[in-house]
Design a protein around this ligand. Structure first.
Ligand SMILES: NC(=O)C1=CN([C@@H]2O[C@H](COP(=O)(O)OP(=O)(O)OC[C@H]3O[C@@H](n4cnc5c(N)ncnc54)[C@H](O)[C@@H]3O)[C@@H](O)[C@H]2O)C=CC1
Ligand SMILES: O=C(O)C(=O)CO
Length: 324
């Protein structure tokens, strides 16, 4: 008999077909409380789950007593309680690597659009405001040769360093839990402590995961250490930055601008003060959102689930110690 799995994100037809070849699939529209109740039987018999978004914690696991593998269509896994999964012996599979370059492209787009005010001035053109030669009120700030600080020098941080250093002649500073040899050798990146990164970066780019240690790592005190001309870019997770403190810093001129792909609450509420600030570029969490990359992530998530439920895991496992 094929193992039962719950699919909580729709897949392209060919990938759905591949999943059906291996498993008996129940497809639901998200891991909502309502769906957990409505599809209680499917969760009770599920050996695997595949999707993205929604909390997977001990409360969820109590409803899925046969679960062996959770496969998320994302690299970030902050919505999973990894300790609870470990206690239950449930493997967690994710999709690093396939999205790295695309997310770095998004971060570079945020750097450029925040500095050059691309969104703001394009809207002014559409509104018919371009009536004569433009003056300083349309100008932005340079990107090339400025110092780019990377907070979280992992896969995405490295790909951003490549773009910024080789493409835009930007000196790279970074902070991470440990030195990154490839970043230092290939892009001359300089390791520094967080205070130095805050004080010296012209662009502070956050590509950190959300953990207990990184929650509100950037708050009022840290923002106050940044240059008034600095731009903050966050494509890691919203709660790494204290959003209220960021709003105040942007309003009060403590920092110059922000480019944000992630927020404390997503979707960003329509009445968020961030949306009325001209010095904010706000994107709807599109870091990995290209057709090619989203397909690649879904494919990897399907392959990860098949590998893990058939005992053939070689990569993409968050808790490989369970394999021993
Ligand atoms: N906006 C979007 O659409 C996307 C956002 N992301 C976010 O980007 C994050 C990073 O992804 P990858 O680069 O693939 O992960 P990674 O694991 O390769 O890199 C994370 C880096 O953060 C560092 N780090 C972790 N905790 C730290 C701390 N307390 N202080 C300093 N450095 C710390 C690690 O040492 C590592 O260098 C993901 O966890 C996810 O939250 C990822 C993909 C898309
Ligand atoms: O993969 C992730 O962690 C995302 O945020 C979406 O690509």
């Amino acid at each position: 008999m094929k193992p039962s799995v719950v699919l909580y994100k729709s897949l392209p037809d060919d990938l759905r077909q591949r999943l059906d070849e291996h498993f008996t699939v129940t497809e639901i529209n998200g891991l909502t409380a309502e769906n957990l109740e409505k599809h209680a039987e499917a969760f009770a018999s599920a050996e695997g789950i595949l999707g993205s978004g929604g909390k997977v914690d001990s409360e969820f696991l109590a409803k899925a007593p046969k679960l062996r593998v959770a496969s998320t269509v994302s690299v970030g896994y902050d919505n999973f309680d990894v300790d609870a999964l470990n206690q239950r012996g449930v493997l967690l599979m994710h999709t690093p690597t396939v999205l790295t370059e695309t997310v770095a492209d998004t971060m570079m787009a945020l750097v450029l659009s925040s500095a050059r005010r691309v969104v703001e001035v394009a809207e002014r053109v559409k509104a018919g405001e371009w009536q004569s030669n433009i003056g300083p009120d349309w100008f932005g700030i340079d990107v090339h040769h400025k110092k780019l600080g990377i907070l979280g020098m992992g896969r995405i941080g490295l790909a951003l360093a490549q773009r910024a250093h080789l493409g835009f002649s930007m000196p790279i500073l970074y902070n991470a839990r440990k030195h990154h040899d490839a970043a230092e050798q290939r892009f001359d990146a300089q390791y520094c402590d967080l205070d130095t990164l805050l004080k010296e970066s012209d662009f502070l780019c956050i590509s950190l995961p959300l953990t207990e240690q990184t929650h509100h790592l950037i708050g009022r005190e840290q923002l106050a250490k940044m240059k008034p001309s600095a731009v903050l870019i966050n494509a890691g997770r919203g709660p790494v930055v204290d959003e209220q403190a960021l709003i105040e810093a942007l309003k009060d001129g403590i920092i110059h601008a922000a480019g944000l792909d992630v927020f404390e609450q997503e979707p960003l509420p329509a009445d968020s003060p961030l949306l009325s600030l001209p010095n904010v570029v706000a994107l709807p969490h599109i870091g990995s959102a290209t057709h090619e990359t989203r397909y690649g992530m879904a494919k990897d998530a399907v392959d990860n689930l098949i590998a893990a439920l058939t005992g053939k895991v070689e990569k993409n496992c968050v808790n490989p110690q369970l394999l021993k």
